[in-house]
Write a protein that binds this ligand. Structure first.
Ligand SMILES: CC(C)(COP(=O)(O)OP(=O)(O)OC[C@H]1O[C@@H](n2cnc3c(N)ncnc32)[C@H](O)[C@@H]1OP(=O)(O)O)[C@@H](O)C(=O)NCCC(=O)NCCS
Length: 221
């Protein structure tokens, strides 16, 4: 998304400095309207086994007042865990930061489709005609959403997920890598759909479902 203005690119900070943040930073780098000033994480160092923090690493939330003073008013939460993402989004709003929408230059968002604040649409992904994606969602690499879908806040469509037309996905639901959903179906909130699942019937809220065809196997959480 080109967020440029006569005043120049919008300066943003990414909250998160690890793997998902690297993918978001790559998407941001394709958007001439954004100037990425650096990465924040409240952990002092990466967790064991994780790669080094992305650079420039600025520190934790204690840096927010200084960033605001320096004129940075926009942020993005680049953390895969939905509960953490929601918490940090609220915290950033309380600290006076607006969340931006990041759409990779090689993603497609149809005219008339919408993507909410704090959401990212990664490389190769498609948001089809008249579909809406809520706030804080992740539409990951090469996922596709066909026409007239409603994808709720904080939903994660993992790489290669395909939603046919007129599908509804409730808030905070995750669809695992390569899952497919047939047309006119509804998936509830806080549900996890397993990798490679074929969803051919509605799925309720709060379950773990997987398989071909996908069936609800147990409560989530
Ligand atoms: C569905 C999922 C959440 C279940 O996780 P879990 O509850 O820890 O499940 P387990 O690993 O204990 O497996 C339980 C059983 O379900 C089977 N199973 C797990 N996931 C499955 C899937 N996606 N499709 C088919 N069967 C699956 C396992 O083989 C196992 O079978 P068994 O009891 O006969 O041995 C998980 O396997 C999954 O698919 N996560 C998505 C990961 C993903 O997409 N990551 C990408 C991030 S970008």
């Amino acid at each position: 998304m080109d967020a440029s203005s006569p005043a120049g690119p919008t300066r943003i900070v990414l909250y998160g400095a690890s793997g998902h943040a690297a993918a978001v930073a790559d998407a941001v780098s394709t958007c001439p309207g954004f100037d990425l000033v650096g990465f924040l994480d409240d952990a002092a160092a990466p967790r064991p086994g994780d790669p080094p923090f992305l650079e420039p690493f600025l520190g934790g939330r204690e840096q927010l007042p200084a960033l605001r003073e320096a004129g940075v008013r926009h942020a993005f939460v680049a953390i895969g865990n939905c509960a953490v993402r929601l918490r940090l989004a609220s915290m950033l709003a309380a600290e006076g930061f607006d969340l931006v929408t990041v759409v990779h230059a090689r993603a497609v968002v149809a005219a008339g489709a919408s993507v909410g604040p704090g959401s990212v649409v990664m490389a190769g992904a498609v948001v089809g005609a008249r579909s809406c994606v809520g706030a804080g969602a992740i539409i990951n690499t090469c996922a596709s959403i066909d026409h007239d879908c409603r994808v709720g806040d904080c939903v994660h469509l993992c790489p290669g997920v395909h939603l046919a037309g007129t599908v509804v996905v409730g808030p905070r639901t995750t669809l695992g890598i390569g899952a497919v959903v047939s047309n006119n179906l509804s998936i509830g909130s806080d549900t996890i759909v397993g990798a490679g699942a074929a969803v051919v019937t509605d799925l309720p809220s709060g379950v773990v479902a997987y398989g071909v065809p996908a069936r609800a196997m147990r409560p989530a959480g």
